[in-house]
Design a protein around this ligand. Structure first.
Ligand SMILES: [Ca+2]
Ligand SMILES: [Ca+2]
Length: 492
């Protein structure tokens, strides 16, 4: 069977295309498979960005070539920031007009072989399914599973499986072999039952490339308190002196006219433009509004986690608030690269790790902030070398607000070892991406400066790691990174 309808150009949705869509379906319906489909084909088509609820690490984003210029996305590299209880999802409340066997379709952009799938569910028919494909770096439709739906309420969820993916539109149709092409004119705006939130708030920030695979949950490397876990909340990486954009998306579930304000509140050393509180206005029938903040951290902002709150005042007077972890990564010194020992790998010792002070051995340079990825990883290919099968060291010092027990939160690609004050506290032999190697390790910090040495190995592809210090319960800590400098030694 050929294409059922013509693709639409972006920004030209119109009634004609809408009719053509249904005429095509009606024509096809004249000859239905015996007993398989209802007489009149059913179509439910909606924009993915009109989710009734979005939780990190799924984001609403502006997207070129997408219908309405918007989509939902799991940004490249964000897998290492997913929550433990909820890895991130978008929820849609749908009204199904007639019983039938529905075919599901998704208009997607897959970044590559490790960014070409999503998880979904369609309650009550399908508790969990996955959608995959092998067309990369272009918008196209992929089919999901079929679902037997009854007339009434249905709830679809699109969730994280891999990062580096975008979803533009979703189509449910009783028409077999629909094979949609291009942008469709949606005929549905997902609407939750009236007892649900009048408006939901989600956040997205500047986020681009780095790369990773799907992964198991957070690992805990030795026994820690059961209450310790990484909170399911948004993290935004801040680089001192550099601007980061933060968009607050307001989803108007009632579609009634709405106005109010959104505030960005923090005590971190930074300016917020255009203001720390911005008004919003949604006309009748308008499902989504974006409020943009520009975050301008000062050059002397502390290299640690800072708390922030985004607070939206809704027309009813209710307040929707989201906590935000503003993550200002540590400053790292990097050694030169050495060949990776093919037999002993991570365990081949180097004089750097055997010295009382690692900075006494070899040469060190500051890894510039441009080596920090938008997700907060140190990109060692940029900081040290693009060569494969190498090993290098990274060094920093941190100062806790008080001595005691903390959690080392790491993710690595490839293998790493970590020493704190000369004592090995963590090793990880895996060659998997950072989203798969996330781990929490109990550590002790002393008063004043604490030395952190990381040995990072590279075989091939990405070479990067992240290292944060969390409180014993997993919450972001006030442990601050020092402004480390390479040693100045007289030339020999
Ligand atoms: Ca869209
Ligand atoms: Ca690698």
């Amino acid at each position: 069977m050929g294409k059922m309808w013509k693709p639409m150009k972006p920004r030209r949705p119109g009634f004609i295309a809408f009719c053509a869509f249904f005429t095509a379906l009606r024509m096809a319906a004249a000859d239905p498979a015996p007993g398989a489909t209802p007489a009149k084909p059913q179509v439910v088509c909606f924009e993915a960005e009109y989710a009734n609820e979005v939780t990190p690490i799924v984001h609403v984003v502006r997207a070129k070539g997408a219908s309405g210029g918007m989509a939902i996305s799991v940004p490249e590299g964000a897998g290492c920031r997913r929550g433990v209880n909820d890895p991130g999802h978008a929820t849609y409340h749908l009204t199904i007009a007639a019983d039938g066997l529905y075919y599901t379709w998704f208009r997607v952009w897959w970044q590559g072989t490790c960014s070409n799938s999503l998880f979904g569910s369609l309650t009550p028919a399908l508790p969990r399914f996955s959608v995959m494909g092998n067309v990369f770096k272009k918008w196209h439709w992929v089919h999901g599973p079929m679902a037997k739906l009854k007339a009434g309420h249905a709830e679809m969820e699109i969730g994280y499986r891999e990062d580096g993916i975008w979803v533009d539109q979703v189509l449910l149709t009783t028409q077999p072999g629909a094979n949609p092409d291009g942008i469709l004119h949606p005929n549905t705006i997902p609407t939750p039952p009236p007892d649900r939130n009048e408006m939901t708030v989600s956040l997205s920030s500047t986020a681009v490339a780095c790369g990773s695979l799907t992964a198991p949950r957070l690992r805990v490397t030795s026994h820690i308190d059961r209450t310790a876990s990484i909170p399911d909340e948004e993290s935004v990486v801040l680089i001192p002196g550099q601007r980061t954009n933060l968009t607050v998306w307001l989803r108007n579930n009632r579609l009634a006219p709405a106005s109010g304000s959104v505030a960005f509140l923090t005590q971190a050393k930074m300016a917020v433009e255009p203001a720390s509180s911005v008004p919003y206005r949604l006309e009748k029938g308008e499902p989504l509004a974006a409020v943009d903040f520009r975050l301008l951290p000062r050059k002397d902002i502390a290299r640690r986690s800072h708390r922030a709150i985004v607070r939206a005042v809704l027309p009813s007077g209710k307040v929707e608030a989201r906590r935000l972890n503003l993550l200002c990564p540590f400053r790292w010194l990097c050694s030169e690269a050495h060949p990776l020992d093919p037999a002993r790998g991570l365990d081949a010792p180097h004089p750097i790790e055997q010295a009382a002070n690692p900075l006494d051995v070899g040469t060190w340079h500051v890894a510039s902030d441009s080596c920090i990825t938008p997700i907060g990883l140190l990109n060692m290919r940029k900081a040290v070398t693009k060569k494969d099968y190498v090993v290098a060291y990274a060094y920093t010092e941190v100062r806790p607000p008080r001595p005691g027990s903390y959690l080392l939160y790491t993710g690595n690609d490839d293998m790493i070892k970590v020493w704190i004050n000369g004592k090995e506290v963590y090793r990880e032999d895996s060659e998997q991406p950072t989203s798969a190697t996330r781990a929490l390790t109990p550590i002790k910090l002393v008063e004043g400066r604490n030395r952190i040495l990381v040995k990072s190995c590279q075989k091939r592809n990405f070479w990067e790691f992240f290292l944060e210090i969390r409180n014993a319960d997993g919450s972001p800590s006030a442990v601050e990174g020092c402004n480390v400098q390479p040693p100045s030694r007289p030339p020999k």
